[in-house]
Structure formats: C-alpha cells, structure tokens
Design a binder for this molecule. Structure first.
Ligand code: ADP
Ligand code: MG
Length: 237
C-alpha cells in the first residue's frame, strides 16, 4: 500500500506540473497567435511585433529547456570531482553580468575541499541558477559573496549571500513551487530544478531570507566516498 500511495502522490505531482506547463506555454502561444492573425489580416508590418513575438518564443524555449533538465532524458554520468573548478567556472561565467550591474563579487573557496560525487553539468546549473537569482535581485548593484567550506559531517557547504532586497516571509514558503516567480520574465523553475538536482546528489538546498535583509542560499553536498564512486576509487589505486 505504501508503494501505491507513493505512486499516486507522484501522479498528483506530475498532473500539477503538467497543468502548470500547459498554462505557462499557453500564454505566449496565445500572444503569438494573436500577432500572427493580426499580421495576416493585413495590419501594417511593425518591427516591434516581431520583437515581441521573438521574446515570446524565447520564453517558450526557456521553459522547455528547464523542463528538459528536470525530465533528464540524456545520459547522466556521476563522477568524483573537486568542487573548486566547478565553482570558479560558474563564477567566471557570471562575472561579466555582475560587473555590468555593479555587483561586487566575492569568492572564498579554500583549496583542499573534499571532492563530491556529482554530475558536473547539473551541479554547474545549480550554481548558475542561484547566482543568477542573486544578480537579478540586485539590478542596481550590491554584493554577492560565495563561500565554500568543508565540514566533517556534512561534506561540503557552499553559501551564496547577497545583500539584495530579500524575500518576504509569505513568499519564502512558496519558493521551489513550479512556476512561482516575482519576475516579469521569470520562469519560476530555477529553484525547483536546483532543489531537485541537489537532492539527487544526496544534498540539501535551503534559503534563508528576510525582507530588506538580503538572501543566503546554502547548498550542502556529501563528500564523495568509496561507496558512491567505486570506479574512481579503482582508478586511484
Ligand atoms: P525565477 O528566477 O525564474 O523567478 P526561481 O525559481 O529561480 O525562478 O526563483 C523564484 C523566485 O524566488 C524569484 O522570482 C524571486 O522572487 C525569489 N528569489 C530567488 N532568489 C532570490 C534572491 N537571491 N533574492 C531575492 N529573491 C529571490
Ligand atoms: Mg531564477
């Protein structure tokens, strides 16, 4: 019965997600259809219509690509990897954006962090999503601090602390809900996808925030062990 219950719960979640996806994609489709009909009816050609149509197509594309990450049809390969290059790569990807927005980027990544057993691209996606959220919260500048540390019982802990506007308590509860966004062009999928990826790595993701007090996101990942990666262990010896 437990198994049955679990699968019916899963179905309920799948149904909810499907309804959300359908809804999110219908909006830009409706608008695309409207513009197409409008132009077909002989309305004078306007460059700005094409710009809107393009951005609606971008939105659909963004939703689809984030969902694909979630559905994960590609082969997933977990490997034992050091975290430091993963973090520095993500930082280098987002540094230009931070500079552009006058966000001071501070990173404290000690050498000698324990390795993690991970799907590198997915883990990068998590830190990209989290850093993007922090940057998007500070369009007119601020400070974003990424710190990593090793801890005996938890493995590796990465915190991303920003001094943006923070998240009001009533919204904090809704984080990670599919399609929950406060942004005009947000997908509301970033945190849900990140949470899922971190959970698949056996880790935890938590958000600590106060309205007006900035936001701190913490990702804890277990240290790689022989049990999680026999392949690399064999290669080492
Ligand atoms: P999206 O970024 O597309 O809106 P996410 O799932 O990444 O979707 O984030 C959901 C919401 O959580 C955001 O719309 C925003 O309101 C809030 N949020 C996430 N990170 C932060 C942050 N660092 N500071 C303030 N708000 C945040
Ligand atoms: Mg986001």
């Amino acid at each position: 019965t437990e198994e049955l219950l679990r699968s019916s719960e899963k179905l309920a979640v799948a149904g909810q997600l499907a309804a959300g996806v359908a809804h999110e994609i219908r909006n830009p489709l409706t608008s695309l259809k409207g513009f197409t009909q409008f132009m077909k009816a002989g309305a004078q050609y306007k460059e700005q219509y094409l710009d809107i149509m393009m951005s609606e197509l971008d939105r659909i594309e963004q939703i689809i690509s984030e969902l694909l990450l979630l559905a994960r049809p590609q082969a997933v390969t977990y490997r034992t990897k050091p975290l430091e290059p993963i973090l520095t790569h993500v930082i280098s990807l987002l540094e230009p954006q931070a500079n552009l927005q006058n966000v001071e980027l501070l990173a404290s990544i000690p050498s000698g962090l324990p390795p993690v057993y991970c799907e590198e691209n997915h883990l990068k996606q998590v830190f990209i999503n989290l850093m993007k959220n922090a940057l998007e919260a500070m369009p007119r500048g601020g400070r974003l601090e990424l710190a990593a540390s090793a801890s005996e019982e938890d493995g590796v802990c990465v915190t991303l602390e920003d001094n943006g506007p923070g998240i009001p308590a009533e919204l904090l509860k809704r984080l990670g809900e599919p399609f929950f966004t406060t942004k005009e062009k947000g997908s509301g999928l970033g945190l849900m996808v990140s949470q899922k990826i971190v959970a698949e790595h056996g880790g935890r993701l938590s958000v600590d925030s106060r309205e007006g007090g900035g936001t701190t996101v913490t990702v804890v990942l277990p240290q790689a062990s022989e049990r999680t990666d026999p392949a690399s262990d064999a290669a080492d010896s």
